[in-house]
Design a protein around this ligand. Structure first.
Ligand SMILES: Cc1ncc(COP(=O)(O)O)c(C=O)c1O
Length: 441
């Protein structure tokens, strides 16, 4: 496979892709959002080939899943080795070695120098449901607080705290009946600064002075759930003070902090977990996506004294299978051996600077933000920051037709989240395509 760059041999979707898409649309659930008519066939590193032989440069890595690159050879080798010895022993009834080995590795790389426990599951949503249940079991308190524009998944617990758009929630009421929501520090579009000059973290004041004084009692609140950098909401990075004040408040009232690092985790931001940038030490931390580089896996790591539920309180048949655990161990080794964090930081600085230069040339880019190789660019129509949603959507399709995979986030933003092994030349190739598309808008 040795791909050297994107290559369009037939305008996508080509004939084979079209045929498959028609069948898919007739048979699969219509609830799936499809960003572009890509029918993946092969992949390696930062490239994905479709069924018609078109090769795409992947700036989305399946929403950050193929973090160390598609089919990283060391991950594939670890999986193949494990396939030859043991595929399954259900770990709610028995024990396996890879689970314990991975746990020890995870405790070293997760924030907080305190004793921990881990619960494995199969998806980001499950890791969130685990966190919610764990916090409730431990505290025996009723309420939970989430942030507006947060995305936590689709199972009933996780979707109850997902507020990126109404389609995720419409038709499913009643959701978790005791959720409260507060604005996230989305400084580019601050909900408050029309009324209050300057930033006194009014969004957090709303939580502490309105929600916790007039709506729910802090001592009846089990947890506050947040993404340290909002993902699907638009790659929004809060100020440091937000974490400091939130932590102080939560500690004072015995409220558990759950960090959803399903998207931000595993090196994506240039540290293993985004929380580390802020010195933020959540009581419970969830991870999935890049965790096993494409194999379905997730983990919820909690303070040992918080994950104190009894046997049978929470478990799952397929959780933490040995093949997946070996994949996850291999990912951690690759991050270390191949100095992935260093690469993320180096490439991110370059990428970010080039995008800011692009912003200077193209006023439709209203904001460039993010952390590490998790970069958001927000499209706006004018100086009033009117969201340019249609233009953003057209841009994604145009880039696709030129061999670049891009993903949307928020109302009118793009999320750039390429495999973390990306190099400068590949970034340049993507930027050239992006500039061509911008000229066409
Ligand atoms: C921050 C965050 N949490 C949770 C999830 C849900 O993960 P999954 O789709 O694996 O259930 C996602 C998925 O995009 C996510 O970005």
């Amino acid at each position: 496979m040795n791909y050297t760059g994107p290559k369009i041999v037939t305008p996508p979707p080509g004939p084979k892709a079209q045929e498959l898409i028609e069948k898919d649309l007739a048979m699969l659930s219509p609830s799936l959002t499809r960003t572009a008519p890509l029918v993946g066939y092969k992949a390696e590193g930062v490239y994905v080939e479709d069924v018609d032989g078109n090769v795409f440069l992947d700036f989305g890595s399946g929403i950050g899943v193929t973090g160390v690159g598609h089919r990283h050879p060391k991950v594939i080798e670890a999986v193949k080795k494990q396939l030859d010895s043991l595929v399954f022993v259900n770990s709610l009834d028995y024990y396996t070695l890879p689970q314990v080995e991975l746990a020890a590795m995870l405790f070293k790389v997760t924030p907080g120098d305190f004793p921990k426990r881990v619960f494995y599951s199969n998806s980001g949503s499950e890791s969130i449901d685990t966190a919610i249940k764990c916090a409730k079991w431990h505290s025996r308190r009723a309420y939970g607080v989430g942030f507006i524009n947060g995305f936590h998944g689709r199972t009933m617990g996780a979707v109850s705290f997902t507020t990126t758009n109404l389609t995720a929630r419409r038709g499913f009421a009643p959701l978790y009946p005791i959720a409260q929501f507060t604005p996230y520090p989305y400084c580019y579009r601050c909900l408050f600064n029309r009324e209050y000059p300057g930033c006194g973290l009014e969004c957090l004041n709303y939580l502490t002075d309105v929600i916790f004084k007039k709506i729910i009692a802090p001592d009846e609140t089990a947890f506050i759930l947040l993404e340290p950098v909002q993902g699907a909401g638009g790659y929004i990075v809060p100020p440091q003070e937000f974490f400091t004040r939130l932590t102080d408040f939560a500690k004072e009232h015995g409220i558990l902090l759950i960090a959803d690092e399903v998207q931000t985790g595993y090196g994506r931001t240039g540290r293993m977990f985004a929380s580390e940038h802020f010195g933020f030490e959540p009581d419970i931390l969830t991870m999935s996506k890049a965790f096993a580089n494409g194999f379905p896996a997730a983990a919820t790591v909690a303070r040992k004294d918080v994950m104190d539920w009894v046997d049978n309180a929470h478990e799952g048949t397929l959780n933490g299978g040995p093949v997946i655990m070996e994949a996850a161990k291999a990912v951690l080794r690759v991050i270390d051996e191949e100095k992935i964090l260093e690469n993320v930081r180096e490439q991110a600085d370059y990428f970010r600077a080039e995008l800011e230069a692009l912003q200077e040339r193209h006023p439709i880019i209203g904001d460039v933000r993010g952390m590490g190789l998790m970069i958001g660019i927000e499209f706006v129509k004018d100086e009033k920051k009117t969201p340019a949603k249609k233009e953003r959507d057209a841009f994604i399709q145009d880039a696709f037709s030129k061999g670049l995979l891009l993903m949307a986030a928020g109302e009118s933003s793009l999320r750039l989240i390429p495999p973390m092994i990306i190099n400068r030349q590949q970034i340049d190739t993507g930027l050239t395509i992006m500039e061509d598309c911008l000229k066409e808008i």
